[in-house]
Write a protein that binds this ligand. Structure first.
Ligand SMILES: N[C@@H](CCC(=O)N[C@@H](CS)C(=O)NCC(=O)O)C(=O)O
Length: 222
């Protein structure tokens, strides 16, 4: 049985969503990331990056939330109907493509926007930074809008790990109250993904993150 490490109000929510989609038994250890939980020697032996989530499944230890989901979809392909895993080498490549795309093209500017809208303490939010990050998101969002104008899901004609990974990264959009009405196809697709039963219970964010010094912030997000 896999063991997932990571508090639900962290990127571990992406993996919790996948585990619930697959309806498989798992153990969940809600290791924190703001309380030193992911810096203990025991946890660093599992994920030397000192970040959550991590997954242990038998002899395999994995970090990176989206890679964990690609693995789970493949390993437990019997779960979910129809299966969430890619059905061919081409679909496998597309699932990897969309997952990398979400991590490289969308995640950083989206977190930076969300930080300035909801995650930083109110006095530390800068609307101009949120605006800049949202402008950077126009290019990937336009790509996704164009793709979804041609098909209902990212791959083939069914919800797969690709939709789950991309929608999980983009789940900050409704949480941060970001208006995406200028991308109507993407908006409908994201709503449908996030309304799935397995995606339901991570929605509220009940924490703020401290605003780091500007130099750190720019190197991390821009
Ligand atoms: N790319 C990694 C990022 C993991 C990550 O940054 N997790 C945050 C919580 S959402 C964390 O553990 N932060 C603690 C730290 O950076 O010290 C993934 O997707 O798994």
């Amino acid at each position: 049985m896999p063991t997932l490490y990571g508090h639900p109000f962290s990127r571990a929510h992406r993996v919790l969503w996948m585990l619930k989609e697959l309806a498989i038994p798992y153990t969940h250890i809600p290791t924190g990331f703001q309380d030193g939980g992911c810096r203990t020697p025991e946890y660093l032996a599992i994920n030397p990056n000192g970040r959550v989530p991590a997954l242990v499944d038998g002899d395999l230890t994995l970090f990176e939330s989206l890679a964990i989901n690609l693995y789970l979809a493949r390993k437990f392909a019997g779960g979910g109907a129809p299966p969430l895993c890619p059905g061919s080498a081409a679909e496998e490549a597309l699932a990897t493509q969309w997952s990398f795309w979400a991590a490289t093209e969308v995640e950083k500017p989206l977190i930076f926007a969300a930080a300035n809208l909801i995650l930083f303490p109110p006095a530390d939010r800068r609307p101009a930074e949120a605006e800049l990050a949202l402008r950077r998101l126009d290019r990937p969002f336009t790509v996704l809008e164009g793709h979804l104008a041609r098909q209902d899901f990212l791959i083939g004609d069914r919800f797969t790990v690709a939709d789950l990974n991309v929608a999980a990264v983009m789940s900050l959009i409704p949480l941060a109250g970001i208006d995406i009405s200028q991308y109507p196809k993407m908006s409908v697709w994201l709503d449908a993904c996030l309304q799935r039963d397995a995606a339901a219970d991570w929605k509220p964010i009940r924490f703020t993150i401290p605003r780091p010094p500007d130099a750190v912030l720019l190197s991390r997000f821009m």
